[in-house]
Design a protein around this ligand. Structure first.
Ligand SMILES: [Zn+2]
Length: 302
């Protein structure tokens, strides 16, 4: 039994998000580790290594940003869409600790890419849409940023800077070589005077508190983010131990989840006109529907 495997079975293991804050610096953050959940999502698809790596990165981002949501039933969706790139669609979402995702791509074009392609090589001219659906108020916040930079993490940083004016630092590490696949991530944000109902003041890349904590967080290494012998609590401690106070709070465990139930598709199909539904039927009178997230084909009674 490997060390990785042992650690997954205890509370310091994988498929968890840790919330933390550095109150005196008005900084909040999340750390994520994905292991078996990531493998479950990836195992539903037969993706080449490059696409697996991309989806693993996207799922870690989804878990980090999704874990910012407070109310049950709220959802975070990230969708990368391109014009003319080898990857034409990537969708991941998070709701109540459940994550899922898939990638639509051209196998031949992806095989022709070199190692570590940037976003432009993968997506061509593409856009990243990040959507927060808040359950309590039924509000939707969506921001769209160009898929520019070296990584999806960088595009997400741009989203927070441009759409929400929240200085953010995001680091993701994926380890997909060897028998196990794992991903780790860190998100840090600066929210001065951000209590409910109060206007945010002085947020900006040049704020001394932000400069300070973002340098500390930015010192995290790719190895540390996915080191199974280092717990997420230890990682936060290692980065911020010189701060006066650091609060940590483990959030609910992550799971792979999908909403592709017969009832779900029945409600979608019921919105189609009767003659179209008749056309969709197979010889047994069922309508086959495939779920892109889990590559399952469901047969829905017409
Ligand atoms: Zn599904």
């Amino acid at each position: 039994m490997t060390e990785d495997y042992l650690l997954r079975d205890n509370e310091t293991g994988f498929d968890r998000v840790l919330a933390f804050s550095v109150p005196a610096r008005h900084a909040r953050g999340r750390v994520v580790r994905l292991g078996p959940v990531l493998e479950t999502v990836l195992s539903a698809h037969d993706y080449p290594p490059l696409i697996k790596h991309l989806l693993a990165e996207a799922l870690a981002l989804t878990a980090l940003m999704g874990a910012l949501l407070k109310e049950e039933g709220s959802q975070l969706t990230i969708q990368a869409q391109s014009e003319g790139g080898p990857v034409d669609l990537l969708v991941c979402d998070y709701r109540d600790g459940e994550v899922r995702g898939y990638v639509r791509h051209d196998d031949v074009a992806v095989a022709a890419l070199g190692e570590n392609p940037g976003l432009e090589a993968l997506f061509g001219k593409g856009y990243l849409a990040i959507t927060f659906d808040l359950a309590a108020t039924d509000e939707r916040y969506q921001g769209v940023v160009p898929l520019e930079g070296a990584s999806l993490a960088q595009a997400c940083e741009n989203y927070f800077a441009q759409s929400e004016q929240i200085p953010s630092l995001i680091r993701i590490s994926v380890r997909s070589s060897g028998p196990r696949c794992m991903a780790g991530g860190l998100l840090l944000q600066h929210l001065p005077d951000s209590e409910e109902g109060k206007e945010r003041l002085h947020a900006g890349d040049d704020h001394p508190d932000w400069e300070h904590v973002s340098i500390l967080a930015g010192s995290v290494t790719h190895g540390e983010l996915v080191d199974p012998t280092l717990t997420m609590e230890e990682l936060v401690w290692r980065l911020f131990h010189e701060e006066k106070e650091v609060r940590v709070e483990p959030l609910k465990p992550l799971q792979r989840g999908c909403r592709c139930t017969v009832e779900h598709y029945q409600s979608i199909l019921s919105r189609f006109p009767e003659d179209q539904r008749v056309e969709m039927r197979d010889d047994d009178g069922m309508i086959p529907v495939d779920c892109a997230f889990c590559s399952k084909i469901l047969r829905i009674p017409a």
